[in-house]
Ligand binder design. Sequence first.
Ligand SMILES: NC(=O)c1ccc[n+]([C@@H]2O[C@H](COP(=O)([O-])OP(=O)(O)OC[C@H]3O[C@@H](n4cnc5c(N)ncnc54)[C@H](OP(=O)(O)O)[C@@H]3O)[C@@H](O)[C@H]2O)c1
Length: 238
Amino acid sequence: MESLKGKHILITGATGGIGSHTARLLSGSGAKLFLTGRNGVKLQQLASELGISEADSVTCDIAEPEQVALLKERFFAVHPTLDILVNAAGIGIIKTLETMTEAEFLKTLHYNLYGPFLLVKNFLPAMKEVKKGLIINIPGVLGKVPMAGAAAYSASKYGLVGMMQSIREEVKRTDIRITNIFMGGVDSAFWDNIDLRVQREKMIQVEEAARAIWFLCQQPASGVVSEMVLQPFNHQAI
Ligand SMILES: NC(=O)c1ccc[n+]([C@@H]2O[C@H](COP(=O)([O-])OP(=O)(O)OC[C@H]3O[C@@H](n4cnc5c(N)ncnc54)[C@H](OP(=O)(O)O)[C@@H]3O)[C@@H](O)[C@H]2O)c1
């Protein structure tokens, strides 16, 4: 395992279940964290809980180009380099084709696919300059296997996987690593507005999801974990 001490890590979706628990875990590792999310109040609360300075937490909608450009500016104003990008931002709209509106379909692609595109477009060049870095995405199992009602969500997450795999080809002569985590259901606010009969108590806990990301962050650069699958014990679909 590689020490995270002094590593510069950007976490998007830090105001969410998986992102906030990842931030909590990584903050104890000596890493230099920079947090972002949309909800300013939640972001500020987390930053003060973890003793993270105002300069190291910035609100940003990752699907807005100007905001991502500003995020990059604010990040590099306080960090010389980006060692690890953990992209834990995203939304879930799970509806059948009949009930899914065009606006919901586009919103899903906008936040789950265009947002990550803007992030890599803005932050990958810094990794390319030093020819190293790690990008962790969370497509979830619905980025690998289909499910009724997940047409928009799976379109965004299969797209994310395809985009990241293509980018991996573009950087294959460097030590830049890209890891996609295919997680099954994680009990977070993600499920609050999803109209499906699910047993949240049987899902992966956010702390476990965060531990998986923490584990990936510590993998030595000599090897690449290109994929990880983490499923609830009684729900192994892959
Ligand atoms: N929960 C699951 O079962 C599960 C399973 C597999 C994969 N995933 C993926 O894991 C990631 C995190 O999910 P979660 O469970 O932690 O969900 P969550 O608790 O609902 O958190 C989602 C996070 O994404 C942020 N976000 C959403 N859209 C954004 C945008 N346009 N710009 C910036 N931030 C945005 C939210 O920010 P604000 O709250 O500040 O708006 C929040 O921090 C998502 O990509 C999700 O698809 C989740």
